[in-house]
Design a protein around this ligand. Structure first.
Ligand code: TPP
Ligand code: MG
Length: 278
């Protein structure tokens, strides 16, 4: 890899090629159009905190924080709903390392002691490295950890539901789930728990105001699914769960896929049903 870069730089110098800083502009504009056409909306469930609204609310109350994540649905929602700027979202991303969030947050905080650092964790993922609560206590590392607690390995549950005939196996976390508040206390750090929508703001404010590490157990809607997603064996062009954009459909009309007949807006390059080039 290193050698490739050296060769590339040498070649650029030889040919005098100048990087064009605007060359990604059309691509970025296209992505921005998609964001307008398919806006993300956090569900507002009457009886429970939706995971998306919990994350969006934290993002609003700590807009300049560095965020780290574990792996699963909460990771996807953190990517979708946090708007805290470039180079401040620290995640194992596609490498998918459950348990990454808390140690990553510790590292970020030690490197940047004056910045707010928040870990968006999963109730299963956090247990991969839960012993690090002891390190937080030992060194007084002031990071905030919010467990988006849906009582499931939510990402696994969603796949079992969608693609494996609702055969839920080893994905429910409720039996044997530790009491996270007591666990935090046992390690000597502050623990909090929320489950009502009307307590979100106040609880986040209390968490942020605390001068020391906090573990917050945010009990959220248990069966929320994360979209859009790509089914096994399909391509990104075949993603499912995109919101239908009514105005867009009316404005541009629909075209039928020549392969499967599915109706597509003509802003689609590929049919989301079968992947055929339109
Ligand atoms: C170490 C490790 N083991 C297994 C997986 C596969 N995996 C991906 S997401 C997931 C479940 C995560 O559950 P949770 O942390 O509760 O997140 P949620 O999807 O519920 O938000 C599993 C088992 C992984 N990514 N990393
Ligand atoms: Mg979970």
């Amino acid at each position: 890899m290193y050698q490739v870069l050296i060769d590339l730089l040498r070649r650029c110098r030889e040919t005098g090629d100048q990087a064009n800083p605007n060359q990604t502009q059309p691509c970025l504009e296209r992505i921005n159009r998609w964001k307008q056409d398919y806006p993300l909306v956090a569900p507002q469930n009457p009886d429970s905190i939706s995971p998306q609204e919990a994350i969006a609310e934290i993002g609003k109350m700590a807009p300049d924080a560095y965020y780290t994540t574990d792996v699963g649905q909460h990771q996807m929602w953190a990517a979708q709903f946090l708007k805290n700027g470039p180079r401040q979202w620290i995640s194992s991303s596609g490498l998918g390392t459950m348990g990454y969030g808390m140690p990553a947050a510790m590292g970020a905080k030690v490197a940047l002691p004056n910045r707010e650092v928040i870990c968006i964790a999963g109730d299963a993922s956090i247990q991969m490295n839960i012993q690090e609560l002891g390190t937080l206590a030992q060194y007084g590392i002031n990071v905030k950890i919010v467990i988006i607690n849906n009582g499931w390995q939510g990402m696994v549950r969603q796949w079992q539901q969608a693609f494996f005939g609702e055969g839920y196996s080893a994905s429910n976390m409720e039996m044997g789930m530790p009491d996270f508040v007591m666990l935090a206390l046992a390690y000597g750090i502050k623990g909090m728990m929320i489950y009502r929508r009307d307590e979100i703001k106040e609880a986040i404010a209390e968490m942020l105001a605390h001068n020391g590490p906090v573990l917050m157990d945010a009990r959220v809607t248990k069966d929320e699914n994360c979209y859009p997603m790509v089914a096994p064996g399909k391509s990104n062009a075949q993603m499912i769960g995109l919101p239908i954009h009514k105005q867009l459909e009316q404005a541009v009309g629909l075209i039928a896929c020549s392969n499967c007949g599915a109706k597509n807006t003509n802003s689609n390059n590929f049919c989301p049903e079968c992947g055929t080039k339109l």
